[in-house]
Design a protein around this ligand. Sequence first.
Ligand code: ARG
Length: 592
Amino acid sequence: MEGKIIFKSQEESVELSMNQEASILSALKKASGVDSPNLEFTDNLEFGDFSSNIAMSIFANQESRIRNQGIKSTIHDSQFKSPHKLAENIVNKLKSDKELSKIVDRIETAGPGFINFWLKKDVLVDNLIQIDKEKEDYGKSKIGNGKTLVIDYSSPNIAKPFGIGHLRSTVIGQAIYNLYKFLGYKTIGDNHLGDWGTQFGKLLYMIDLKKTKDYSIDNLEKLYVEFHNLVKDDESLEKHAREWFKKLEDGESIARTVWKQCINVSLNEFNRIYDMLNVKIDNAFGESFYEEEMREMQNDPKISKFLVDGEDGKSKVIDLTSIGITTPLMFLKSDGGTTYATRDLATIVFRVKKYNPDIIVYEVGVEQRLHFKQLFAAAKILNLINDDVELVHTAHGLYLAPDGKKFSTRGGKTIKLEEVLDEAIERAKKLGNKDDKTAKDVGIGAIKYFDLMHSVQSNVVFDWEKIMNMEGNSGPYLQYTVARCNSVIQKASTFKGQALQDVYSNLNEEESKVLRTLVRFSGIIATAAKSYSPNLLCSYLYDLAQKYNSFYNAHRIIGDTNQEFRIMLTKVTGQVLKNGLKLLGIDTPEKM
Ligand code: ARG
């Protein structure tokens, strides 16, 4: 197959869809006189590849200016009686733009005043060649070069099970990390383990009381519950717990040793899950790591001048009313101990010093919305961070059980993520994926895809039927489409088809739709990253797979006169699906 296909290619090198978008935008800017016109991929290819509502927004702006200032209309007096007329005028100017005509061959107005653009077939076919050339690098870009992103994700708590609640953070966080890396950003992932705080005082007290050496998560969880039962009858236990935490903070050796052992046991369990999920996070510093920064902050007059007494007269808080937040941030508790928020502030100090990031993303659930609002506000007030650094809390939604109830417990027992993952692999086996590696790729891929296909902020209703659905929008469906592409290519290698000189003069509708979807890949990646929405990439991949499968079902590939082109189309579709799934952290088996 190699070297057989001779496509009629443009002289100039092919541009990625992002560059196409840039070219259309610059033409639109000239033609409309607006500095930042909008341009979007169309929802429906019937309306072209790109669409802009610039005429409508110019019109709406003028109307409101006229209304507000009482001035006589300029548009109403002129030939533009409607956004549609204005759109027509812009289209006429665009049609005479020589640069634009290199990539676009049809521009039309539609509806109340949309302007729609159709890419030239040369652009689509050249893109196909580019995919074939760049393979797993296709879609990569340099837009992030020189910029740094820190992402804080997964972050389970020591001595507690890795619940289903931390799954979303792990999976979404990894996808965002991958997307930004692909865009050329320097990316640093940090697993902000919950390994500090008064709960460790309670544990140390119980471990000492029971003289136990069993540091398994199950036992530690039990001890923690038992502490809370005991304390109901004897409040003095709180004091003991505080004393133990104080020992830990002061570095007392027994406290530190036992605490370290608890961490090791927990990390062993967590690492089993990360192995199953095939997730590797650059760092796992954990909350305890920032002791030095915390001490420095407490002694820093530039910080302490912002600390005021809390309501109890003993604690120290940061007042956030200047930023419109009425709940102050607790900086030091009444016993002088630090809080989750203090540690997060110290973490910002460390990250700024060490990485000088442009963006810090916290992939953490919506239940911590207030915490992050306070944190970001306090970081600004304390001047820990420049105004141009983007601080993002993704605020993902919850997992819900199929009945819509909270998912994290079953009959009072926490549901263990490991059991869910095991079941996914079992179910993948039942779908016919016999060997272990394939079953794992399909089972884990199904769980990850199901999580990622939901918009980050929405809740996810757990539903095995949908997760494993081979016919609909699911991980297995996409993996199966890749396997289908692989099998077509394999059969093709034994054929010696004729070279095809001029495919694009007679592209059929299904082929054309696949090509026009393929060309969107890099644009989608950039948008998904920018909006911290891996679900946009999921929708895209599903759309591409559906369009390919429609083509596959309607047309013969092997033995057709267009065989070479169709094989190529198959090959690059498989490649783009694979690249997209990889960004989502999903592996694709060769065969299914
Ligand atoms: N360990 C925390 C929890 O499970 C999440 C930590 C999120 N990251 C952060 N920097 N606060 O709730």
